[in-house]
Design a protein around this ligand. Structure first.
Ligand code: PRX
Length: 636
């Protein structure tokens, strides 16, 4: 074994015990967690029913906790609930009217604060406005907005009256937005005039205009949050957000929803075809995100919590909006880049607001590693207690850097493995649990996880295999919008078993700690963002010069993975640097900046199977100088 591998193994096998500061505020001890976990597996229905009753408000209790009509499942059948009541009204009624719900900051240091009481009124006004627009329970709206309080208000207003929201990350292009609007047949699109990143204004409204220019007859109205008052001349079907809500009543009774009514759709990449519209329902999702927020982050009443994600992704849905509001905490949200105006931006925010719980992605940690420890060293980070990681495997070096330079060896790190489909954290240690750098850790309550081979056989400790989840949990996706067969696939991949296959490769050690190694399928993870190779390839071949294309992920120091594209040009085109640039620009336009290949190589041929499938595995092995593996199916 090489020295490097040895060193890494030494690091990941070292156990870090929770610091004193963490243990003092811990909501559960390790022993309590273990006891509760045991109960959650032995009697999942009893376990979740008890928590649902204790932690959430229900208009009517469920008739049955769980039903599994394979592969479809339901939780809290017959239960009546409204997630916004749990996120807002009950806190306002229980003495938290004046507690801050969000502190929003931008790159210029402008700050906006909103209390639970104010948030409830704003949500109600917006919900009344949605009704005025003719929206009813079950209708869909698309939200294409940056990380702002207004964006969150609109999500909640939808949930208030049973409208299904589909948030589209504001970095996606017009084509990606159009596909999501038309697939869900959204009646209304919400947008903002612009967002700012690294001091540069990015026009969002023009992206919406471009998206709506084709195939979007379903859209009746566009509601615009004008960030500078009166900056637009509104067209016939366009409305100004504040003008629309100004005249509305601040009271709006929450719609009494069924636990299994849809809450939202969120599109995510698969290994083939267009993105899937993952559908989450209300009751189970509310409960599971509430419980994970509470125990994985150890939220105490006076804590300040900061999840650095964007509300355009699942992390934002579950751990900026629904989880934190349901537990009633105060969250920071920061629009813009982490390192602008300088690499001290995030740490100055931690210092200024005395952030206690900080949740980010490994790609950000690696970015700050590159800037150097002198940046965080300038700031007082002593308020921090729990540090979270999400989105991709955190390499042991980054873990230790995070622990030492941000946590100052006084914080616990919770490395939370989960997915858009899972709704909430699945594998992680809680703060009072011993941690191992690079290993996400243990399954959370109700999660029966294992690492198995292709046939589902258990593997010896530390062997690489497929991660599987053996039973549905409350916040599991319920279907894929309009494509039930894609949902069913998650549960039917391993023959003879009824297990959920997340398509991740993992190992499990002697102590039951799970380490996630990466995707098992053709899905890339660039800076924690999930991107399908098929999507990038189809964007590439839509360029007039491209005959065929294949993309692979390559290890990247900061982004985790970078995209390399291999392209066969049509015969009438000559390879050139100019053309590479043009093709990159084209992908940016088709999908958005996150999907643009870092590298393009023009080739004469692509490795294919005899049936014509591109063997990306072979391309990757050649690119990285790895053994080619089994090439018996290779065409020539
Ligand atoms: O490969 C895993 C990786 O991100 C994928 C899910 O992506 P998405 O649905 O966009 O959700 C990201 C935020 C929850 C997973 O299949 N992933 C996520 N968290 C981790 C991770 N890989 C390793 N460790 C994690 N903590």
């Amino acid at each position: 074994m090489s020295k490097k591998v040895d060193e890494v193994l030494l690091k990941i096998n070292k156990v870090y015990n929770p610091p004193k500061k963490v243990l003092e505020k811990a909501l559960l001890t390790k022993e309590q967690f273990d006891d509760m976990y045991k109960k959650s597996i032995e009697d999942p229905e009893g376990f979740w029913a008890e928590l649902a009753e204790k932690e959430l408000h229900w208009y009517k209790k469920w008739d049955k906790v769980f039903e599994w009509n394979f592969p479809y499942y339901k939780w809290f059948i017959g239960g009546k609930i409204n997630i916004t009541y749990n996120c807002l009204d009950r806190h306002v009624q229980n003495g938290k009217r004046n507690k801050l719900a969000y502190i929003w900051v931008d790159e210029d240091g402008i700050e906006k604060k909103i209390t639970y009481g104010e948030l409830l009124e704003l949500v109600n006004k917006t919900a009344n406005a949605l009704k005025e627009l003719g929206l009813k329970k079950g209708d869909r709206v698309v939200i294409y907005m940056p990380l702002t309080i207004e964006q969150i208000v609109i999500m909640l207003a939808c949930a208030r009256i049973g409208v299904i929201h589909s948030v589209v990350f504001a970095g996606f292009s017009a084509n990606a937005l159009r596909m999501r609007i038309s697939d869900a047949e959204a009646k209304v699109v919400f947008t903002s005039t612009w967002t700012k990143r690294r001091g540069k204004k990015i026009n969002l409204k023009s992206v919406v205009d471009e998206a709506l220019a084709q195939e979007c007859d379903c859209v009746e109205k566009v509601v615009i949050h004008q960030r500078d008052k009166g900056e637009l001349e509104l067209q016939e079907n366009e409305l100004d957000f504040y003008e629309l809500i100004e005249k509305q009543s601040p009271n709006c009774e929450p719609e009494i929803m069924d636990a299994e009514d849809p809450l939202f759709i969120l599109y995510t990449s698969g290994s083939t075809g267009k993105p899937k519209g993952v559908l989450h329902t209300i009751g189970g999702y509310n409960l599971y995100t509430h419980i994970t927020t509470k125990y994985v982050f150890d939220i105490n009443e006076d804590d300040i919590y900061w999840c650095t994600a964007d509300t355009g992704w699942i992390t934002g849905h579950s751990y900026i909006v629904y989880g934190p509001l349901s537990v009633g905490t105060t969250s920071i949200i920061a629009e813009g880049a982490p390192d602008y105006p300088d690499p001290g931006r995030w740490w100055s925010i931690v210092e200024k607001y005395r952030v206690n719980i900080f949740y980010t992605a490994p790609t950000a940690v690696r970015l700050f590693m590159k800037y150097g420890e002198e940046w965080p060293a300038k700031y007082d980070l002593s308020s921090l207690r729990v540090l979270g990681s999400v989105g991709e495997p955190i390499n042991p070096e980054a873990w230790i850097w995070y622990y030492e330079n941000i946590g100052r060896k006084q914080c616990s790190i919770v490395d939370t493995w989960w997915q858009t489909e899972t709704g909430g954290h699945m594998i992680t240690t809680i703060p009072s649990y011993p941690q191992k750098p690079g290993k996400a850790g243990k399954p959370f309550f109700g999660i029966e996880a294992d690492v198995v081979d292709e046939e589902g056989n258990p593997l010896p400790p530390n062997a690489e295999g497929y991660l599987v989840i053996k039973k549905p949990w409350p916040s599991a996706l319920r279907t894929c919008w309009g494509e039930p067969e894609r949902f069913e696939k998650y549960w039917t991949q391993i023959k003879g078993k009824q297990w959920y296959l997340p398509e991740d490769v993992a190992t499990k050690d002697e102590d039951g700690y799970i380490m996630i190694l990466g995707r098992a399928d053709d899905v890339l993870n660039v800076s924690g963002h999930r991107i399908g190779t098929a999507e990038v390839e189809s964007a590439l071949v839509s360029h007039p010069a491209v005959a065929e294309a294949a993309v692979i992920g390559k290890p990247h120091e900061i982004k985790g993975q970078s995209i390399k594209a291999f392209i066969i040009l049509k015969t009438s085109y000559e390879p050139s640097e100019e053309l590479k640039k043009e093709i990159k620009e084209h992908v940016k336009h088709e999908l958005g900046p996150i999907a643009v290949p870092d590298e393009i190589e023009f080739v004469e041929k692509l490795p294919k199977t005899r049936s014509g499938k591109i063997m990306r595995r072979v391309l990757r092995a050649k690119e990285l100088g790895l053994p080619l593996g089994d090439t018996s199916t290779l065409e020539d």
